[in-house]
Write a protein that binds this ligand. Sequence first.
Ligand SMILES: NC(=O)C1=CN([C@@H]2O[C@H](COP(=O)(O)OP(=O)(O)OC[C@H]3O[C@@H](n4cnc5c(N)ncnc54)[C@H](O)[C@@H]3O)[C@@H](O)[C@H]2O)C=CC1
Ligand SMILES: O=C(O)C1=N[C@H](C(=O)O)C[C@H](O)C1
Length: 269
Amino acid sequence: MPNNIKVVIAGPRGRMGREAVKMVTDHDGMQLVSVIDYKNVGQSLDQVEGFGYLPESISIYNDLDICFNETSPDVLIDLTTPETGYRHTKTALLNNVRPVVGTTGFTSSQLDELTNLAEERNIGVIIAPNFAIGAVLMMKFSQMAAKYFEDVEIIEMHHDQKLDAPSGTAIKTAQMIRENRTSKKQGHPAEEETLEGARGADLDGIKIHSVRLPGLIAHQQVLFGSGGQLLTIRHDSNDRASFMSGVSICVETVMNLNTLVYGLENILD
Ligand SMILES: NC(=O)C1=CN([C@@H]2O[C@H](COP(=O)(O)OP(=O)(O)OC[C@H]3O[C@@H](n4cnc5c(N)ncnc54)[C@H](O)[C@@H]3O)[C@@H](O)[C@H]2O)C=CC1
Ligand SMILES: O=C(O)C1=N[C@H](C(=O)O)C[C@H](O)C1
């Protein structure tokens, strides 16, 4: 396949952004046409530390409208922060650039607003809280298990530089489990927290516990319990390369969408 999908990446110096720059640069069917950052604006990415391997110059922009106008990307990959990612996604839609969003931490009203905007503009968007295929399977297996186990708690564990809690993956997992589970308040009916937060966050009765420690990357376990048995479904991303095949699938798929898709599981066969 020739270099036919033109891609811009927001957040290229980040942990995920650096992997995405490599993935797009190495991909025969994609061309990195520009990046969005607030540092080194007007310079070329190959002059920035860690990007000396790039074979050609890639302009760094801060203003999205100018970037889109001058480099005509088809797809924006956003790997930034919740506030910036939301703003970028909206601007991309208004410029007919298709967003593939890995950034987590959007509120449900922001997701609703972006869904409506995509529909109005008749343009595809993929928002994927987790691009790792193994994580998608963990979520799907958990959704299956929820038919048989009504008591479940989620423990997500991430590196200590993560901004949002709970993780986007944990929220998506709970939402998928909720589809197969009768709403239930778990634990003892009279249980009380003697230390606030001890029982974790609550999504329709599903408890979510967030761990943040140096040394971790991205891990989650979903625990299902019933009389005399415990089922644990666990996924570990030990390297951010684990997310890149999912990013690549999303970039290719978003070219043929005209609505917003929330979750990689919705586009995998
Ligand atoms: N969907 C998925 O599979 C995954 C999603 N993530 C999410 O991706 C996002 C990024 O994660 P990391 O790379 O670990 O974070 P990071 O902190 O390493 O990178 C974020 C980057 O965004 C840049 N940035 C912030 N504001 C900006 C702006 N206004 N314009 C341009 N760039 C800006 C920062 O300079 C930084 O380089 C997070 O929301 C995280 O939760 C992370 C891993 C996997
Ligand atoms: O910030 C991260 O690192 C990750 N964020 C995503 C999330 O919030 O679920 C995906 C993955 O867990 C890594």
